[in-house]
Design a binder for this molecule. Structure first.
Ligand code: DAH
Length: 345
């Protein structure tokens, strides 16, 4: 009895685990388990050798095995026919038909221009630095020579997160200059790029979130001629070799002397048009020699080192390059707008 029961359990397991992916395997299953010469029939025959008082129970168990094997066979038949059907469907397809075109995404115009600018400066030996969007008063104002209560702080409408001590969303990427100078020794040549935030009403010409690109060069004997030549080279590379620059005296707390950077109008080439308000020039950013107080605040000796810096808005540059008239288009994600800048199609 023990012997036949363990055989029965063994066969049950075999039936359960049998896999079939072809008609041949199905045939095999049939002949091994449920055929007239199969193992289940064999087990039934062995019943004769078992003591009569155990026969009833064994008979029930063998019947269960027989039913189980038959059910398993049916489900294997279904599985195999599904497999062969799906194969025949794929063979009936016309493999020479052209595929349905996929809609490919593309790089946002701001990112494209950002990459172009990065590449131009990388060729001049600049690296890329990023800072943090949530800043303290020191990196956004104090280290940049904005005295407390100085009206220049009002030039930038700030989003404050906490007051006393002030925690805020950075209003410019000049914060990154400070962080770089605090942690690296000259020579420094870096581009500081990122999102900045100002508490302004959103319109075609202003947004509360935009991007700035800031350059910083600190070394021995860096002078105003280096500043001018670097910016001229950059502008010619980005906007075309006939573009001219003009530096207009200006004021920033963190540079001395300071200047506004203009380029010759890309539309009228300096003749005067609506775009440049008939002046022939359009402003693209601010620049100047790093104020010695800023070098000192960031731990660099202003007697030994000098530097220049510049800052510009990425949206403004992109607008000029592509003559986009409404800033809001950059953040609306309207595919009709974005598609015009697709590099792949
Ligand atoms: N941080 C200035 C702004 O947001 C831009 C700027 C002007 C940056 C002059 C500079 C600079 O590094 O030298 O308006």
């Amino acid at each position: 009895m023990e012997d036949i029961l363990s055989k029965l359990h063994y066969v049950l397991k075999e039936v359960e685990e049998f896999q079939a992916d072809s008609k041949d395997k199905l045939e095999r299953f049939k002949s091994v388990f449920i055929g007239r010469k199969g193992v289940v029939t064999e087990l039934f025959e062995q019943m004769k050798e078992v003591a009569p008082e155990h026969r009833k129970e064994l008979g029930q168990q063998l019947n269960r095995l027989k039913n189980f094997a038959e059910d398993r066979y049916k489900s294997l038949v279904d599985q195999v026919s599904e497999l062969t059907e799906s194969k025949s469907v794929s063979l009936s397809q016309d493999l020479t038909l052209p595929t349905i075109p996929e809609n490919l995404g593309s790089v946002h115009p701001l990112t494209q221009v950002r990459w172009q600018i990065e590449e131009i400066f990388e060729r001049m030996g600049f690296n890329i630095s990023e800072g943090r969007e949530i800043e303290d008063d020191w990196h956004n104002f104090s280290a940049l020579n904005f005295p407390p209560d100085h009206p220049a702080r009002d030039m930038q409408d700030t989003f404050f997160i906490e007051k006393n001590p002030d925690i805020l969303l950075r209003t410019h990427t000049s914060t990154i200059q400070v962080r770089v100078m605090e942690t690296q020794a000259p020579p420094i040549r870096t581009l500081c790029i990122g999102r900045v935030f100002r508490n302004e009403a959103i319109s075609a010409r202003a947004h509360c979130i935009f991007h700035q690109i800031e350059g910083l060069y600190v070394d021995r004997n860096v002078g105003f001629a280096d500043l001018k030549q670097t910016l001229l080279h950059f502008v010619k590379e980005l906007f075309g070799k006939n573009t001219k620059i003009r530096l207009r005296p200006s004021y920033f707390p963190f540079t001395e002397p300071s200047a506004e950077l203009d380029i010759s109008c890309l539309i009228c080439k300096g003749e005067g048009c609506n775009m440049c308000k008939h002046t022939g020039w359009v402003e693209i950013g601010g620049t100047g020699m790093v104020d010695p107080n800023v070098l000192k605040s960031s731990g660099i000796d202003p007697v030994e080192f000098t530097g220049f810096a510049f800052g510009m808005g990425l949206e403004r540059i992109t607008n000029l390059k592509y003559q986009i008239r409404d800033l809001r288009l950059f953040t609306e994600n309207d595919v009709r707008f974005l598609r015009q800048f697709a590099t792949l199609s």
